[in-house]
Design a protein around this ligand. Sequence first.
Ligand SMILES: O=C(O)c1ccccc1N[C@@H]1O[C@H](COP(=O)(O)O)[C@@H](O)[C@H]1O
Length: 226
Amino acid sequence: MTHTRPPPIRNLMPAPHIKICGLTTPAAIDAALAARADYIGLVSFPRSPRHLSAADAAALAARAKGRAKIVGLFVDPADSLLSELVAAAKLDVIQLHGEEPPARVAAVRAAFGLPVWKALPVATKQDVERAQAFTGAADLVLFDAKAPKGAAMPGGLGLVFDWTLLAAHKGPLPWGLAGGLSPANVTEAVRATKAPLVDVSSGVESAPGMKDAALIAEFCKAAREA
Ligand SMILES: O=C(O)c1ccccc1N[C@@H]1O[C@H](COP(=O)(O)O)[C@@H](O)[C@H]1O
């Protein structure tokens, strides 16, 4: 009698959701869609090389609408800027990447009726534990490397933090991993942290603000196969 072996159990974890952030051209949008990114990020922060006007954000968002969720990235924005971008780009998600405290995050969520992701800068275990404070305020926390003092931007710098800080993370909020991810390290990052969502910007660029279609495809493939 012959026995058929069951297929080997390879990976019981679902593949992480993928956000490609800081897209600035139609070609970059097409590359992210072709790679089946779940979220595309549009940056509204004038100091960033990925900054978009409301009109440019609207045009790029229209290209992706219905095929990926549109995340607007802001740093300590005024309500007027949020209103302008939410309306122009028909955002699905608001990402706050500045120093917004829980009360401000909750207020943005209530005012705009959209899911709000709060980025948290991480260098220590205490930074990870700060996520608790956003329970009931944010829909998701995004752990990103802490920018050095005096940096021009709080993110988008290609900096990695110590992923072992997240190894035992069991916060009440959904969460994601950002900070210096790339096609070369995303497999290890997902295995080390079991991140349900990965977010990349500079790691899929050929120069600041210039997305590379091949790197986007490689990143998405590596994240899914992790
Ligand atoms: O991408 C930017 O220009 C940016 C500007 C201001 C705040 C955050 C920004 N990007 C976000 O930072 C993280 C990590 O980026 P990277 O992959 O290390 O380049 C990610 O969430 C970006 O969306």
